[in-house]
Design a protein around this ligand. Structure first.
Ligand SMILES: Nc1ncnc2c1ncn2[C@@H]1O[C@H](COP(=O)(O)OP(=O)(O)O)[C@@H](O)[C@H]1O
Ligand SMILES: [Mg+2]
Length: 251
């Protein structure tokens, strides 16, 4: 079982859009995927057209209850091969257990390991215990970013946290790639930022981006991954390409 964390400390970087659509894409390609929503905004469920009831166990329950199993929060989504451990919208970040390894340990559960090939963890924007849990549990980090000059500093900050986790809790952590989102090739500024990211972190790590496409926002609003909502759209094409590309990197 592989674990991919989708991280950027900025809000609005495309983390949740990427998590939901990539999860759907890889599930379509045959991976048995579990999407874990650590952001208490609970948007992953929205993007998959699912509801998390307030009484149900969530991905956050294990941070309040040492006995809770992540498996108890897992629900089948309406899409083949894709399950969700949804978020608790009442969870107060930075409350609960102070344990950076809680998720990593939860993911060693035999039942999870038997049922899933890939776990994708969507993370909250803040630097809190939940992000550190995701980074401690992951084999791979995917960093979506909007190619805007202000994004560069945010990525640098995230990389500092990443290197710290690599040198302490999780030496196996690797960067899967930097993913430009809401990108427009014809905008010179976007090209420049992507070039800066390439120079700083390695051109091979900068993935072909997800273009700006209103269909992605629309798909989210109706609770469907874009490949089902608008199969012919640019967004669907870009996520399809990304799925194929990452399948190669992950295997
Ligand atoms: N490629 C894209 N084209 C157009 N809109 C997008 C794209 N990616 C994300 N969005 C929109 O941008 C907003 C922020 O994206 P989201 O995935 O929620 O970011 P984050 O999870 O990092 O906060 C959402 O309204 C989403 O629908
Ligand atoms: Mg989000």
């Amino acid at each position: 079982m592989r674990v991919m964390a989708v991280c950027n400390r900025k809000g609005g970087a495309g983390k949740t859009t990427t998590s939901v659509n990539l999860a759907a894409e890889l599930a379509f390609l045959g991976w048995r995927v579990l999407l874990v929503d650590l952001d208490s905004q609970g948007h992953c469920a929205v993007g998959l057209g699912m509801k998390v009831r307030r009484t149900e166990p969530t991905a956050h329950t294990m941070f309040k209850d040492t006995q809770a199993r992540l498996m108890d929060a897992v629900r089948a989504s309406p899409f083949d091969n894709l399950s969700l451990a949804g978020a608790d919208q009442m969870f107060e970040h930075d409350r609960g257990l102070r344990d950076e390894q809680r998720l990593a340990r939860a993911l060693t559960d035999d039942e999870l390991v038997a049922r899933f090939d890939l776990v994708i963890v969507d993370t909250p924007p803040s630097l809190d215990l939940l992000l550190l849990n995701a980074l401690s549990a992951a084999n791979w980090v995917l960093v979506p970013y909007v190619p805007h000059p202000l994004s560069f500093e945010g990525i640098r900050q995230l990389m500092r946290v990443l290197f710290k986790v690599m040198s302490t809790q999780n030496p196996d952590l690797k960067v899967l790639g930097f993913l430009p989102t809401m990108a427009a090739d014809h905008v010179r500024q976007h090209r420049q930022v992507n070039l800066d990211v390439s120079r700083q972190f390695g051109a091979a790590r900068v993935l072909k981006g997800i273009r700006n496409d209103i269909k992605l926002a629309e798909a989210f609003a109706v609770g469907q991954p874009v490949r089902y909502y608008a199969p012919g759209s640019r967004g669907a094409q870009d996520f399809s390409d990304l799925g194929v590309c990452l399948t190669q990197l992950l295997t």
